[in-house]
Design a protein around this ligand. Structure first.
Ligand code: DQA
Length: 137
């Protein structure tokens, strides 16, 4: 199976950024561990702070991969373009958020991705990515 994790803006700062909300582990360390625990599948990782690059990546993998785990971060709440890309591709998308977005500011409650996602996982920290991965296996 071919699965990709796509992370959006500011998630390159995981571990350093607001650790009380997002934890103190870097995504790279977490990903290394996740990959070694799931060596039977082809697990890829892509991060970008640029909306168009996330859309390009969705187009690139969206007709070929078996699953996409997408944390579009702040673009979740703003990007019609990423929402449309998720709608336009064949590969199922599971939306993930590290924090409980519904326990936070009102503007984080809305998602342009959720209506076209297979499912949404939020509030379980980095474990959410692992749960999303399990949903594809
Ligand atoms: C986030 C939640 C978003 O509201 C926020 O903009 C992020 C991260 C999360 O994983 O909890 O950058 O997607």
């Amino acid at each position: 199976k071919k699965i990709i994790i796509i992370n959006g803006p500011n998630l390159n700062l995981l571990g350093k950024r607001e650790p009380t909300i997002y934890g103190s582990n870097s995504f790279e360390d977490f990903f290394k561990e996740l990959k070694s625990k799931n060596s039977n599948i082809q697990l890829a990782y892509f991060q970008s702070n640029i909306e168009g690059e996330i859309i390009d990546k969705l187009h690139e993998v969206g007709f070929d991969y078996d699953g996409i785990i997408l944390n579009a971060a702040a673009y979740t709440h703003t990007s019609v373009g990423i929402g449309d890309a998720v709608k336009g591709i064949d590969t199922p998308v599971v939306e993930v958020h590290i924090s409980n977005i519904h326990a936070r500011e009102e503007f984080r409650h809305a998602s342009y991705i959720a209506p076209n996602a297979k499912g949404v996982i939020f509030g379980f920290g980095l474990q959410g990515y692992e749960l999303a991965l399990q949903s594809f296996l």
